[in-house]
Design a protein. Sequence first.
Length: 222
Amino acid sequence: MVKAVLFDLDNTLIDFMKMKRMSCEAAIAAMIDGGLLMEKGEAYEKLFELYSVHGIEHQEIFQKFLEKHLGKVDYRILAKGIAAYRKVQAGFLEPFPHVRQTMVRLKERGLKLGIVSDAPGLKGWVRLAEMNLLDFFDVVVTLDDTGKLKPHRMPFAAAVKKLGFKPKEILFVGDNPKRDIAGAKAVGMKTALARYGQVFESEGIQADFELKDILDLLEIVK
C-alpha cells in the first residue's frame, strides 16, 4: 500500500523547461545586442550543450558559455544576458495543468507528500512558494541537504528517513528516467514516469507506471 508520494520538482510539478527555453532565448538576444557575435540559433544550441554537460540548474552557465566561445567573460555581455533571463523567468514559471487539483486529492486521501529536487536549497523552497505549492508538502529535500545529485541514493534515502515509511510504501514521480526513476528504484521505491514533462530519454530504465497527465496518479494511488 502506498502511504506517501515523493515528487521531483522541475518538469514534474513545474513546467521548468518552458521557462528555461523562453528565458534563454531572451538572454541570448540580449547578449547579441550587447556585442556577442553569434547567430541566435547557434548560440541557443551551444548554450544547451553546456546545460547537458553541467546540469540544467547550473548557476554560472552564461559565464561558462562566454569563456568557451569568447575566451573570457565580458561583463557587459554577461550582465545583459542575466538581466534579460531574470526578467523573463518570473513570468513563465508555472505548474503543469492539474497539479494543485491532484495534490489536494492526494492529501484528502491521507497521503504524505514530499519533494526530492536537485535544485539548490533556497531556490527550491522559493519556487514551491511562488507556485503556491509549498503547503502541500510534508518533506522537502534539496541539493543543500545532502550535497549529492540524483540518482545518488542519498537524496532519496534522506526523504525516506524524514517520512518514516519503508521505501516500498513510497511512490516516486519524476520526469528523468536516469536520475529520478533509476535512483528511486535503487532504494526500493515504486516509480512513476511523468511523460508529460519528460525531456530526456533513457533506454533500459522502466518505471512501474507512466503518467500522461499528473491526474493519472489518482488511479494509481487509491
